[in-house]
Write a new protein. Structure first.
Length: 290
């Protein structure tokens, strides 16, 4: 691909359709962003690239977003949720940058403090940390309608509810424009001069409860310090009902299982076993329901 030329939001008339590109900080969404910036199909769109930082992204993810931004001239807008403690006052946003972005889970903890501990059955963090800040930011630009590009690949297409996506004006270029697979993404990045310095199974949000238990147990053994924040959140905000991980598993129990259970660790070698959408719903894209 040639060098990306980003389109500034105000460089075209307001009547020009606007495309909000959700850059999660992973390899797939990075490739999607570059693909959209260069593809003739999207030349007439005003493009807004957004990265919503939860404060629990791995530092390698923040470095990668910054690198992509600088190398490809993407003009990424870094957003963070601003959670208002008052009842009835919804989450807003603030614009940050690579230097000022939260790195200790501050936005995430603010969401937990107000709404409680999220998990796979009540994933409020996605709504409050990703969807609402992005929506509020787009509306702050004076927009009432826009198209959202989401980095779901062709081999993840079973996640897409096309009826809802049509109503919400979402598109999936890596499913509809090209049949992009995980193997393709791996091969493409292998040929580039830089890359995300994380294994695929490490993901962006460091101990995301949407990861499979096998991935979580692997990470507990490899980087035990990552579970400390999640344990502190449960210790501080546990209401006797909700915990982060599947099967009402608490962070402390995850540590115990990692150290006492004989399980097969995840490796960075791609296989159908390591990529099972039925077991692991944290993909390399904006973490949001489709």
């Amino acid at each position: 691909m040639s060098q990306v030329q980003a389109v500034h939001f105000n460089s075209k008339p307001m009547t020009t359709p606007t495309l909000c590109i959700s850059f999660s900080g992973g390899r797939t969404s990075a490739f999607m962003t570059k693909f959209i910036m260069e593809h003739p199909k999207y030349v007439n769109y005003s493009k807004v690239v957004v990265f919503a930082n939860t404060g629990k992204e791995r530092p390698e993810t923040l470095d990668f977003v910054n690198q992509c931004d600088k190398r490809w001239n993407l003009n990424v807008v870094w957003l963070e949720a601003v959670v208002h403690p008052q009842k009835g006052v919804g989450t807003t946003f603030k614009v940050v940058d690579y230097q000022t972005a939260s790195r200790n889970g501050e936005p995430f903890e603010a969401v937990i403090r107000k709404y409680g501990i999220p998990n796979v059955s009540r994933p409020g963090c996605t709504r409050e940390l990703k969807l609402r800040p992005i929506e509020k930011y787009m509306r702050s630009l004076g927009l009432k309608k826009w198209t959202s590009a989401v980095g779901i690949r062709y081999d993840e297409r079973q996640r897409i509810n096309w009826v809802i996506s049509h109503k919400e004006n979402k598109i999936y270029p890596l499913t509809s424009d090209i049949k992009c697979t995980k193997a393709f993404i791996r091969n493409w990045w292998h040929k580039q001069s830089f890359d995300l310095q994380l294994h695929d199974y490490e993901g962006n949000c460091d101990m995301c409860y949407k990861k499979s238990e096998r991935k979580l147990l692997t990470l507990v053994l490899e980087k035990p310090e990552l579970i400390e924040w999640w344990n502190r959140m449960e210790t501080t905000y546990y209401d006797g009902k909700y915990s982060f991980f599947r099967g009402y598993t608490k962070a402390k129990e995850l540590v115990r299982k990692a150290n006492t259970t004989n399980f097969k660790r995840v490796t960075d070698t791609f296989s159908s076993e390591d990529f099972n959408p039925a077991l692991d719903t944290e993909y390399d894209c904006l973490c949001k329901a489709s």
